[in-house]
Ligand binder design. Structure first.
Ligand SMILES: [Zn+2]
Ligand SMILES: [Zn+2]
Length: 59
């Protein structure tokens, strides 16, 4: 059986539809809004696949 559940990309906890936030870098990762620390969006910021996009090199 295939359950199309959303899961947090960082902590792998199931997240309810509408209760997660997408990565602000646009990689498509779903990040839960759980109150544990460090927050998943913070953790994901260090491992995001869009972190080293060429268009960030503006210097
Ligand atoms: Zn999470
Ligand atoms: Zn990301």
């Amino acid at each position: 059986m295939t359950r199309a559940r959303h899961r947090c990309a960082v902590c792998d906890r199931p997240v309810k539809a509408g209760r997660y936030r997408l990565c602000s870098r646009g990689c498509g990762a779903k990040l839960c809004r759980a109150t544990h620390r460090p927050p998943c969006n913070d953790v994901h910021g260090g491992q995001c696949s869009n972190l080293q996009l060429p268009d960030e090199e503006t210097t």
